[in-house]
Ligand binder design. Structure first.
Ligand code: KIV
Ligand code: ZN
Length: 417
């Protein structure tokens, strides 16, 4: 059992993430990702669904053989063949887990599985017991837990614990719950299930209403100590709770979330980038924490603030999540200060009149061109249109490159409130 405030990060990028459209990975890509996810510091890595295909089995098995520093898990339905395949696949890992799941909502039991509640309880007990005969660490998930009858949910979790489950996961399978409701569900389970204090409670949230991360954090505040999530939030439909967003929230709002974990924060961005290389899409530019614009500033007011003190518009440093440096992007919303600063770095120190003149030309250019690179500014200066007199060059002219300027950030930690 982890310490009371210790969060177990369970990454399911290679299982729940990989099974969604556009996210298929080849064997070598899964292995590459698995090594990186382990380096990121996740405690449990769900490597796949061993019974799903030979490819899945081989990937889980190879990860269990090769990847160290994390517990390797495979998913399994409440079926003997699934559990046996999962056990064989994770067997080479020094620490492993079988993750068994069964639906707990009447909707799933009746229409999808066509079994009664009694049958579901029997399957739960038999399957968890079978999984425990192979490994010490067995997780049981109540699929569609957030749309399940509470009395039945309690019964099912009780049966799973009695059969030997060590982690109980209550998934919001269809991204339906709200933070308050999810927290209440965990509090209810903690209050009513016998033996609940001997297991770890886990969140697993989908993002159909855009609340996966908020729901996850609410679950943690109500007593969950394992978080299931994926890199870049990939996963079924609108995805799963994004690991990088949760880790950043725990870092920035430690006042609200006083928990410890093993995530290596500066590996967040590299891991996100690597996943983008392995699947068919990267993150949107405005994605929290790892998007291209997460630490970029174009508007004049914001650029002015950032130059005065980065804390004005950034609640964490890009370096703290491994994302390099702040980008001051020159475009039509930029002001004189950012332009003067960039030109000075390019070797052109301007007085006020000169700056006014160049700024007029700059804004004219931004009406025609959306992003202004250093090369554009140098062309503007060299065209002769910019300023009539040569100004002393105070700094060496660096080789112009078409990348945004870097602002050194004085601090590495968010402001404490
Ligand atoms: O969303 C879900 O319910 C799942 C389970 C299999 C854990 O992914
Ligand atoms: Zn899921």
């Amino acid at each position: 059992m982890p310490e009371n405030n210790q969060i177990v990060f369970f990454d399911t990028t290679l299982r729940d993430g990989e099974q969604s459209p556009g996210c298929t990975m080849h064997h070598a890509e899964k292995l590459r990702m698995a090594h990186q996810i382990a380096a990121l510091g996740v405690d449990v890595l769900e490597a796949g669904f061993a019974i799903a295909s030979d490819g899945d089995f081989n990937a889980v098995h190879a990860i269990a053989r090769e990847v160290r520093g994390t517990r390797v898990a495979s998913l399994a339905r409440c079926k003997r063949e699934d559990i046996e395949a999962a056990a064989r696949a994770v067997e080479p890992a020094p620490s492993n887990r079988i993750h068994v799941f069964l639906a707990s909502s009447d909707l799933h039991l009746e229409y999808k599985l066509r079994i009664s509640r009694e049958q579901a309880l029997d399957h739960t007990a038999e399957s968890v017991r079978l999984a425990r005969s192979f490994v010490e660490d067995v997780e049981f998930s109540t699929e569609d837990g957030t749309r399940s009858d509470h009395e039945f949910l309690i019964q099912m979790i009780t049966v799973a614990i009695q059969a030997g489950a060590t982690t109980i996961n209550i998934p919001d399978t269809v991204g339906y719950t709200t933070p308050e409701e999810y927290a209440a569900l965990f509090r209810m389970v903690k209050a009513r299930v016998p033996g609940i204090d001997d297991v770890i409670l886990s969140t697993h949230c989908h993002n159909d209403l855009g609340m996966a991360v908020a729901n996850t954090l609410a679950g943690v505040q109500a007593g969950a100590r394992q978080i299931e999530c994926t890199i870049n939030g990939i996963g079924e439909r609108a995805g799963n709770a994004a690991l990088e967003e949760i880790a950043a929230a725990l870092m920035v709002r430690r006042d609200k979330f006083p928990y410890t974990h093993h995530i290596v924060m500066d590996q967040l961005y590299p891991t996100s980038q690597m996943l983008g290389e392995c699947i068919s899409f990267g993150v949107s530019p405005n994605k929290a924490v790892v998007g291209a614009n997460a630490f970029a500033h174009e508007s004049g007011i914001h650029q002015h603030g950032m130059m005065a003190n980065p804390l004005t518009y950034e609640i964490m440093t890009p370096a703290s999540v491994g994302a390099g440096n702040t980008n001051i992007v020159l475009g039509k919303h930029s002001g004189r200060r950012a332009l003067a600063d960039r030109l000075e770095r390019l070797g052109h120190l301007l007085d006020r009149d000169q700056l006014d003149q160049v700024y007029a030309l700059f804004t004219e250019l931004t009406d025609r061109k959306k992003l202004i690179y250093d090369q554009d500014l140098l062309s503007l200066m060299q065209s002769g249109k910019a300023i009539p007199v040569a100004v002393p060059v105070l700094v060496e002219v660096p080789v112009p490159v078409a990348v945004p300027v870097e602002i050194p950030i004085p601090i590495e930690v968010p402001i404490s409130r």
